[in-house]
Design a protein around this ligand. Structure first.
Ligand code: MN
Length: 201
């Protein structure tokens, strides 16, 4: 029985003989959970926001990417769980395969769960199930607190990612254009695309 395998949908969508995305694996038991934001030039350009929760990367697609401006509410649409190893995947998914296009690690780091209710800390998995999550990001580009809130349930489940108003909030810049480079390799999206060769961590 593999009914509880959270990565089954991820594996079912992909042919691992053709794409060099990881089939599974990845670091586990690191002292702090990781987060990653991948810029994904698929049929439509978007960013994928992923948080290490319960041994996999919980994932949301951000059509407009993240923002450091607390007044910018960014749509976050849940997608399938990804293996932890995916956090360091940067390369090209071949034409015809699921998610075909270039994937670049735009930001990577660790996060802390700050979710609380009436002053009491809420475990991250519970917060996720409730649809209210506050996380502190320690990335190379994004820092500080972000709220992730579900505002619409399935079948069109939708969340919003919003910067909290703290010292790391910045309404005066668009960090997507001021810091376009890979947090992993320093390359531009175009350089990753031209590199062609798939990184395998
Ligand atoms: Mn994607």
């Amino acid at each position: 029985m593999t009914a509880d395998d959270p990565l089954q949908p991820y594996r079912q969508k992909r042919h691992f003989g053709r794409t060099s995305e990881p089939e599974g694996g990845g670091r586990q038991g690191s002292p702090e959970p990781i987060f990653v934001i991948q810029k994904h030039a698929a049929r439509r350009l978007h960013y994928d926001f992923r948080l290490e929760i319960g041994g996999t990367l919980k994932s949301w697609a951000l059509p407009k990417g993240p923002s450091t401006n607390p007044r910018e509410k960014r749509l976050a649409v849940p997608t399938e769980d990804h293996p932890l190893a995916y956090a360091e995947f940067e390369g090209v998914i071949p034409p015809g395969e699921y998610g075909a296009g270039t994937v670049m690690v735009w930001d990577i780091g660790t996060f802390r769960n700050l979710t609380e209710k009436k002053g009491q800390p809420i475990p991250v998995e519970e917060a996720l199930a409730h649809g209210h999550l506050t996380v502190w990001l320690e990335g190379q580009k994004l820092r500080g607190a972000y709220a992730l809130t579900r505002f619409k349930k399935a079948p069109d489940e939708s969340w919003l990612l919003v910067k909290k108003d703290d010292d790391w909030a910045d309404a005066g810049q668009d960090i997507l254009t001021s810091r376009p480079e890979s947090a992993l390799s320093g390359r531009t999206l175009e350089e990753v695309a031209a590199g062609g060769r798939l990184e395998t961590g």
